[in-house]
Design a protein around this ligand. Structure first.
Ligand code: S3P
Length: 170
């Protein structure tokens, strides 16, 4: 791993794989800053993610997301949790790979469904959440494989996942 790719840690993965929880813990352990692309977008626009999807559409949200990545990965010593769909654009993947150690978090479908049940903050999962997860997971199969490393979070406490990430930096 070159010095450049250690500047930041970028967490990617499907919704409900634990990126925000693990990201905050990893940042705490390293004494680095934690950021989350969704929170950056909400602060910038003054709107919630569901409001952006409803009022401006998904395409506008994806533009904010790309802007967030480019802005946040320009610096050093940041742990960045990204939205589950941020990996879909090739330019975003390139930005992540250039900006830091990219870590993909995964979990089995049943675990994801359990974790996102009843969540009203994820516009893509409204309606029959189980069916939405199933369809989206299928559509995004392989989308997170570009990461430098992958950790299955199903049977690990968030602190143990963070410890593995920190160990990978050494
Ligand atoms: C999305 C994931 C969400 C959020 C938005 C769209 C996606 O983030 O960015 O609702 O397309 O997978 P989380 O992965 O943090 O839930």
């Amino acid at each position: 791993m070159s010095a450049l790719t250690k500047n930041n840690i970028v967490l990617v993965g499907f919704m409900g794989t634990g990126k925000s929880t693990v990201g905050a813990l990893t940042a705490e352990r390293l004494g680095w800053t934690f950021a989350d692309t969704d929170r950056w977008i909400e602060e910038k626009t003054g709107k919630t993610i569901p409001e952006i999807f409803a009022e401006q559409g998904e395409a506008a949200f994806r533009e904010y997301e790309s802007e967030a990545l480019h802005e946040l990965l320009g610096g050093k010593h940041m742990v960045l949790a990204t939205g589950g769909g941020a990996v879909l654009a090739g330019a975003n993947r390139a930005c992540m790979l250039a900006g830091g150690l990219v870590v993909a978090l995964t979990a089995p479908m049943a675990t994801i469904i359990e974790r996102v049940r009843g969540d009203s903050n994820r516009p893509l999962l409204q309606g029959d959440a189980s069916e939405r997860v199933r369809t989206l997971l299928e559509k995004r199969r392989g989308a997170y494989d570009f990461a430098h490393m992958t950790i299955d979070t199903a049977d690990l406490e968030p602190a143990a996942v963070a410890a593995r990430i920190v160990a990978a930096l050494q």
